[in-house]
Write a protein that binds this ligand. Structure first.
Ligand SMILES: [Zn+2]
Length: 467
């Protein structure tokens, strides 16, 4: 991607290296309990949030007018498979079985390193455009070390903050995903020692494990021990869908000391209440990806059960091949699916709810601060707090429409979309300004469709609507 930049951003001075940025008179949803929400200013210096308050002064700063705008901490998307970006939209009408057959069972083996790089780059840029400043990229198409390097190159090029979740190859679904007896690829040790040795860099390392649903128990233990020996977090899909008798793998992991704050569990729909309590007690985070869980039959989203147990819920978009890649959609699916469940329970008792069980603020917190906590980054990001890195998303609504700003939190959650994402900053660096990316469009955009069609043809499928 070239360094050609938006003239608007240049004129505003927000791209001047080293120059402070002052966002003035905005609705600030800080997600910091000590600061709360306020109509005020944010001063960004040296990539960090320097001050939050009213009537801040900084003579040298480039000023962003925040009037009628809402500033939130950048979204944290805790679960996405960016490699599927080039086949986006092929699987929206598929069941879980069809997805496993076509994507993990067939498409993965046809990815070249360059395909992974292009998909990851375009997916990461799409995330930034949608106001996401941090992703956990669950990358399980790493057929060779070059595939992993392609994904890391792309994340670094995009400028997004990311945990690169190193996963298994996508070349043999039976070998890697059917009670696998193969240990996690050792290439992750090379990456930890070389490219992603730092835990303070914009792109850091995590391990995307198969977990006990997809790998034998002793393999799962060895995988987690490998991640811990490298000092990195782990993430695994767990308890999604109905496949014969339910096996309480989460309880077994807890009893074996394998859960902890370094463990992120994804979906978890079938976990029993005692397993959820155990996971929370031992510090694990739980990623809910409600849209795809509803589509593919993973089960009911666990949002309410985790909230009731006092645990951290983080949100993710998951499979780009099937569902929307933006956090607005996921927030709305999460909050309204939970309300539907609670309303239905009340109906069964012949009554109506007096109050709703989960609020817009709750779910925005899941999409920001709790996401940061789940990735072990809450001291650096997740709220608009002085000394944290300046990862900020500014939203605006067109002046010719009725303003939704009666309640800025509800404006974001119920009336927000990618179209309302005006400005995005990661570590103080502006990536989107006044609705436009500041860099020129990447040449890779033109390759994406061709790559996707080649992979789908080689894998022997095409989207249902094209058949
Ligand atoms: Zn997933």
């Amino acid at each position: 991607m070239s360094e050609i930049i938006s003239e608007t951003a240049q004129e505003a001075g927000v791209l001047d290296r080293g120059r402070p940025i002052l966002i003035r008179k905005a609705h600030l949803i800080t997600m910091d309990d000590r600061i709360g929400d306020l109509l005020g200013d944010v001063l960004v210096k040296d990539g960090k949030i320097a001050e939050v308050g009213r009537e801040l002064v900084c003579e040298s700063a480039a000023v962003i007018d925040g009037t009628d705008r809402v500033v939130i901490p950048g979204f944290v998307n805790s679960h996405i498979h960016l490699w599927q970006t080039v086949i986006k939209g092929c699987a929206g009408d598929w069941s879980f079985g069809e997805y496993l057959q076509h994507i993990l069972g067939a498409a993965g083996k046809h990815y070249r390193p360059e395909d992974v790089r292009v998909a990851t780059l375009l997916g990461a840029l799409e995330q930034i455009d949608a106001g996401v400043t941090t992703v956990y990229d669950w990358s399980h198409v790493l057929n060779t070390p070059d595939h992993a390097d392609g994904a890391i190159d792309a994340l670094e090029q995009s400028g997004i903050r990311a945990v690169f979740g190193h996963g298994t190859p996508g070349d043999d679904v039976v070998k890697w995903w059917f009670q696998s007896r193969e240990g996690h690829p050792q290439d992750i040790v090379r990456i930890r020692k070389t490219r992603l040795a730092s835990d303070q860099a914009l792109v850091t390392l995590g391990m995307s494990l198969r977990g006990p649903d997809y790998a034998a128990a002793e393999i799962n233990r060895a995988d987690i021990e490998l991640a811990r020996s490298l000092g990195i977090m782990s993430s695994m899909h767990l308890a999604a869908g109905v496949f014969g008798e339910y096996l309480p793998h989460c309880r077994a992991m807890g009893a074996a000391g394998l859960l902890g704050p370094d463990i992120n569990l994804v979906h978890c729909n079938r976990l029993t209440d005692d397993e959820i309590a155990m996971a929370i007690d031992q510090g694990a985070s739980i990623s809910v990806t409600p849209e795809v869980e509803m589509q593919m039959g993973h089960g009911l989203p666990v949002t309410g059960r985790v909230q009731a147990a006092g645990g951290r819920i983080t949100l993710g978009t998951d499979v780009v091949s099937s569902v929307s890649a933006d956090m607005f959609s996921q927030m709305r699916f999460a909050v309204q699916s939970q309300r539907m469940l609670e309303n239905s329970k009340a109906h069964e008792l012949g009554r109506m709810l007096d109050r709703l069980p989960i609020s817009a603020r709750d779910v925005l917190n899941c999409a920001t601060l709790q996401g940061a906590e789940s990735l072990g980054m809450a001291t650096r990001i997740g709220s608009i707090t002085p000394s944290k890195d300046a990862d900020l998303t500014i939203l605006s609504w067109p002046p010719h429409q009725a303003s939704p700003l009666a309640d800025p939190v509800q404006a974001v959650v119920f009336h927000g979309s990618v179209a309302n994402v005006e400005t995005v900053m990661i570590g103080g660096r502006v990536h989107k300004f006044r609705h436009r990316p500041v860099g020129s469009a990447p040449a890779e955009g033109r390759q994406a469709a061709q790559i996707g069609m080649r992979i789908m043809a080689a894998a022997g499928f095409q989207p249902a609507s094209r058949v």
